[in-house]
Design a protein around this ligand. Sequence first.
Ligand code: NAD
Ligand SMILES: O=C(O)C1=N[C@H](C(=O)O)CCC1
Length: 255
Amino acid sequence: MTDEQEKTPAGPLRVGVLGARGRMGIEVCKAVEAADGVELVAAMDQGDDRSAASNAQVVVDFTTPDVVMDNLRWCIDRGISAVVGTTGFSEQRLEQVREWLARKPEVGVVIAPNFGIGAVLMMQFAARAARHFESVEIIEQHHPAKLDAPSGTATHTARQIARARAEAGLGPVPDATKDEVPGARGAEIDGVRVHAVRATGLVAHQEVLFGATGETLTIRHDSYDRASFMPGVLLAVRAVRSRPGLTVGLDALLD
Ligand SMILES: NC(=O)c1ccc[n+]([C@@H]2O[C@H](COP(=O)([O-])OP(=O)(O)OC[C@H]3O[C@@H](n4cnc5c(N)ncnc54)[C@H](O)[C@@H]3O)[C@@H](O)[C@H]2O)c1
Ligand SMILES: O=C(O)C1=N[C@H](C(=O)O)CCC1
């Protein structure tokens, strides 16, 4: 930002979008253009010159797991805060982002596997239920153009459930089954089975199935339209500059 811009009285928050021609990016550009107090200053996609977003105060990234780290580094180096919905964040990647941010203490980054308010609550409810049930499995369902599996939401949910189980002193989930066909029992994340379904007509859906003697509990969330993610994205866009450092998930912003 130039000294001149720094001195200018607060105008609308300048927002850039990376992945602007993608399914989510299109929706984010529309939401930013329609929202009060924010202004879309750059809408960039693959092949565009990213420097057009240098003037942004906040960049929103909905791109792909293979380019998102490079985009984040670029933003942090320039002192631009970022709101990231792109998936594929391992613990190592989060640690790398924290390292970059340590050199730019004024910059905020929010990385959320799911910006749907209902999805955030579904993950919280699942983490709360986890200590009371010996069995748990996650079934995530998405549109078939999704590049990654399992979803970021399912991975995050599994990690939170595993943490809650460990704190409650629960052992492994009981399971005597031997896979006759590899993959029949799904993937395993921190001891929690995760099943990924892909079908035309779906957007983003997840069930968490808990079991104990004589009862089951199913916690389910459905996004039928990408508009469902926009209140969460705008919440993060407005909050990120007042939250220096890394925030993972929307939980802290909803409290
Ligand atoms: N956190 C959430 O709430 C949430 C919700 C939906 C999707 N997602 C995730 O967001 C990501 C995008 O999802 P989508 O359905 O919009 O995918 P998409 O494939 O429709 O869009 C990705 C866009 O990024 C663009 N792109 C690729 N490389 C780029 C680069 N270097 N710079 C700028 N743009 C680049 C692509 O051309 C494409 O237009 C995925 O990782 C998905 O899992 C997260
Ligand atoms: O459409 C997608 O891709 C989605 N990805 C996120 C995930 O991986 O959890 C969130 C829901 C939509």
